[in-house]
Design a protein around this ligand. Structure first.
Ligand code: CAA
Length: 292
């Protein structure tokens, strides 16, 4: 199977790694709007696999073979994939344009499946007007590790496409859960308001950053506390999903916390910008920062 991953950011490179690690996949095209972005995604994969080699969980030869499957470039290299997974920016017009370009000018395989890794946008709207309807294939960060794939059917997604994507998800070693289209699907509908609520708790001075994270880790057995997880997901992504939940429902329970919006405006996005609720140090340690 050949797979094209569109967008080489955190999710795109993680998804490309997850596919490249699968024996049934011979090639992964990792594409972005600039060659250097695509190459940056491939470097992240090499770094991740390098850690596994160092921990003696993988041989160097196996890591090299996985990396060799990943071909980087602009979208135009993706001429013959069996599956496209789009992980571009969470902007409706960008996603729509991306699929249109691929379907009309680039992909020659008439049986190619087109999937979006959108974390909350409407699959039906992304796919509107396209020759081939799309499906949601939502992986979680870190994509090579997290077991779940939400398989989201839009209003026009054919049943056979859903069945094929469920099969592909199992081949990847993941557990698919079928989901009907709705804002935030299942996980983000529940998880992102939880993170937002953690930010409210912090902004109201109920506890400090480490206190809130420790409380939720030890009180609920979550692997990460809400503020740490918000930083990990990206606070811009958390805000974008809260705004989608609010705009789609107009329910005030989905209003984004003011502090979250302020942090995003200030470029304090979490791990990817080096600062969010925590400051991320070179030696992979982190320290809580003062409130903005
Ligand atoms: N890529 C590849 N592998 C990774 C990785 C990455 N980015 N990060 C961690 N790993 C691997 C490690 O190599 C390690 O593998 P082994 O067990 O084989 O050694 C394993 O994951 C555990 O990693 P660590 O020992 O370094 O650290 P940890 O035990 O603290 O686990 C974690 C790290 C898996 C990220 C864990 O803290 C966790 O599960 N956190 C919650 C993650 C979560 O909730 N993700 C969902 C976010 S929401 C989302 O993604 C949806 C959306 O649309 C916004």
């Amino acid at each position: 199977m050949k797979v094209a991953v569109i967008g080489a950011g955190t999710m795109g490179s993680g998804i490309a790694q997850a596919f490249a690690q699968c024996d049934a996949v011979e090639t992964v095209y990792l594409c972005d709007i600039k060659q250097e972005f695509a190459d940056g995604g491939k470097s992240k994969i090499e770094k991740n696999l390098g850690r596994l080699v160092k921990k003696e969980k993988m041989t160097q030869e196996a890591a090299d073979a996985i990396v060799a499957k990943v071909k980087t470039g602009l979208n135009t290299i993706a001429t013959d994939p069996d599956l496209v997974v789009e992980a571009a920016l969470e902007v409706m017009d960008i996603k729509k344009a991306c699929f249109k370009e691929l379907q009309e000018n680039i992909v020659k395989n008439p049986d190619c499946i087109y999937a979006s890794n959108t974390s909350s946008l409407s699959i039906t709207e992304i796919g509107a007007g396209l020759k081939t309807p799309i499906i949601g294939m939502h992986l979680f960060n870190p994509a090579p590790v997290m077991k779940l794939i939400e398989v989201i059917s839009g209003a026009n997604t054919p049943k056979e496409t859903t069945e094929k994507v469920i099969e592909i998800s199992k081949t990847l070693g993941k557990t698919p859960v079928q989901v009907n289209e709705a804002p935030g699907f299942v996980v983000n509908r529940i998880l992102i308001p939880l993170i937002n609520e953690g930010i409210f708790v912090y902004s109201e001075g109920i506890s400090d950053i480490e206190g809130i994270d420790t409380a939720m880790k030890l009180g609920c057995n979550h692997p990460m506390g809400p503020l740490e997880l918000g930083d990990y997901v990206g606070l811009d992504i958390v805000l974008a999903i809260m705004d989608v939940l609010y705009n789609e429902t107009k329910d005030s329970k989905y209003r984004a916390c003011g502090l979250l919006r302020k942090m995003v405006r200030a470029g304090h996005l979490g791990v990817k910008s080096g600062i969010g609720f925590y400051k991320y140090n070179e030696d992979r340690t982190k320290t809580p920062v003062d409130k903005l």
